[in-house]
Design a protein around this ligand. Structure first.
Ligand code: HEC
Ligand code: HEC
Ligand code: HEC
Length: 422
């Protein structure tokens, strides 16, 4: 298997080398406009929209000094120091170097960066926005912190592998506005597909970890972490096309909306990113998300479970013992204190992963200005064995009018060993 990959990889690399030499960047004149306080402020805002700080700050480390590990199926990639330290950060970088990193995914010395840095999205960032981001980062206090080498497995640690990946999966692009649509819809599309990099998670990935074409926003399992980022084109998953616009805005600005609350990696997206959107940008993103073409529902509902089925009965008892106090006898929820589980898409989605994780690991909606003290869901991983947790999940997925495939003890066990972010 490994060898197979290496051989395929090697032959791709030969092709890649040819392609790479053809797309060498022509040298451009350096832009020399000095930073202004307005461009620094704009850059600070855009850095929030792009959630640069989250990836580029190690847990407990100094802001933007790098060192956080991004878990991928190919190993761990460490985000770099973006502070203006001359030796370990971007102190010697020009605006052109910086723009090239976002637009082409190349470092100052020309080496190709790994796509754990979402330059497949950031390539759409305009040069004005890139300049503002540069001005902001250069205004930060420099922190001397050497970049940590990536811990990628062979052959993914080889430069020819990254070259091959890029040859197959990446072409630098621009955001091309659709002139038949409003300025606001175009702004929404720019934020969602560019700086906001929503489809870095909400899309399917192939075996090489590249977005499968045509699946943008159609949902997918997050590489490395295994959370399922639901389809934003399907009303049974994460689509918000049929919601009231103000509820979508509330979800992105506060992390909660009637009958929904974000969790896991999406809670971080809201906390670091979307809660800081300006009113206009929030409106643009909501408008765009509601305009995304929807898939037609062609799924057949699973066969109903007999309420006398011993698994169902066991789940019902466990629910009454452990969950009903918060989520209600009939899964009706308790306002902001606990979401309804009846009719909840996280519970009924084909993929049970996120619901299982909520129960095993517990969780919080993000702390946001609009919801400063979110209620927490306690972890039940220690309380419930695999068979009990499976019966409980099967019950909540099929009680109160919910209908979804059963959950096996094996599926529970798999989630116990799930990758945890560093
Ligand atoms: C999902 C995590 C993630 C996000 C979000 C992210 N980065 Fe990064 N970035 C990385 C990783 C990982 C690398 C290292 C890639 C490598 O070394 O191959 C990186 C590398 C870079 C580099 C190249 C640095 C160098 O020394 O070569 C720049 C510049 C950069 N990021 C800027 C940004 C900016 C600006 C933003 C926000 C608009 C941002 N990043 C958001 C993960 C991220
Ligand atoms: C780092 C990965 C990641 C990124 C980036 C990301 N999402 Fe998510 N998103 C998730 C995951 C995982 C879930 C499922 C967990 C949950 O329901 O909160 C989710 C859920 C959602 C939901 C459904 C919430 C619900 O309760 O029904 C919406 C809507 C959404 N994301 C929108 C967005 C938008 C808009 C962006 C870009 C600004 C974005 N996401 C970026 C991972 C991500
Ligand atoms: C102390 C109150 C409390 C108890 C007890 C509790 N929950 Fe929760 N539950 C919550 C809260 C609050 C959330 C929202 C957390 C978040 O947004 O991350 C939640 C979220 C969830 C979710 C994810 C729903 C979503 O929309 O993201 C599921 C599934 C869930 N609980 C199932 C259960 C089950 C099954 C039990 C019993 C084993 C249980 N809960 C016990 C308070 C509770």
């Amino acid at each position: 298997m490994r060898r197979g990959i290496a051989i395929v990889g090697a032959s791709i690399a030969i092709g890649a080398a040819l392609v790479v030499s053809r797309t060498e960047t022509p040298s451009r004149p350096e832009i020399t406009t000095p930073a202004t306080s307005a461009s620094i402020a704009k850059g600070e805002y855009l850095a929030r929209v792009g959630q640069c700080e989250g990836c580029h700050t190690a847990r407990g480390g100094e802001r933007y000094a790098g060192g956080r590990g991004i878990v991928t199926p190919f190993g761990t990639v460490y985000a770099t120091n973006l502070t203006p330290d001359p030796d370990t950060g971007l102190g010697r970088w020009t605006r052109t170097d910086f723009r090239r990193a976002l637009h082409e995914g190349r470092s100052k010395d020309g080496h190709a960066l790994t796509p754990a840095f979402p330059y497949t999205n950031f390539t759409r960032i305009t040069s004005d926005d890139a300049a503002a981001l540069y001005d902001y980062l250069q205004s930060l206090p420099p922190v001397a912190r050497k970049n940590r080498p990536h811990a990628l497995r062979f052959p993914y640690d080889r430069p020819w592998m990254i070259a091959a990946w890029r040859a197959l999966n990446f072409t630098p692009g621009e955001f091309v506005p659709d002139t038949s649509r409003s300025a606001s819809l175009n702004r929404g599309a720019y934020l969602v597909h560019g700086l906001g990099h929503c489809d870095a998670c909400h899309a399917q990935r192939n075996a090489m970890g590249a977005v499968v074409s045509g699946t943008s926003l159609a949902g997918g399992t997050m590489p490395g972490l295994g959370w399922y980022a639901p389809s934003l084109r399907d009303s049974h998953e994460g689509s918000v096309a049929h919601w009231k616009p103000e509820d979508v805005a509330s979800l992105l600005a506060t992390g909660i909306a009637p009958g929904a609350s974000v969790a896991g990696p999406m809670a971080e997206v809201v906390r670091r990113g979307t809660q800081h959107y300006s009113t206009d940008d929030l409106r643009a993103v909501v408008e765009y998300l509601q305009s995304v073409p929807q898939v037609r529902d062609s799924s057949t509902p699973p066969p109903a479970i007999d309420p006398k089925d011993p698994v169902f009965v066991r789940g019902q008892k466990l629910y009454a013992d452990h969950c009903a106090d918060c989520h209600g006898q009939d899964g009706e929820g308790a306002g902001a204190a606990a979401p309804a589980l009846a009719g909840n898409r996280v519970v009924t989605m084909a993929s049970a992963t996120n619901a299982i994780r909520a129960v095993l690991m517990g969780g919080f909606a993000p702390v946001t200005d609009g919801n400063p003290r979110p209620f927490g869901m306690p972890p039940f991983g220690q309380v419930l064995g695999d068979a009990d947790a499976a019966a409980l999940m099967t019950y909540v997925r099929n009680a109160w009018g919910n209908a979804a495939p059963e959950v096996s003890a094996l599926a529970i066990n798999r989630e116990r060993g799930a990758a945890v972010e560093e």
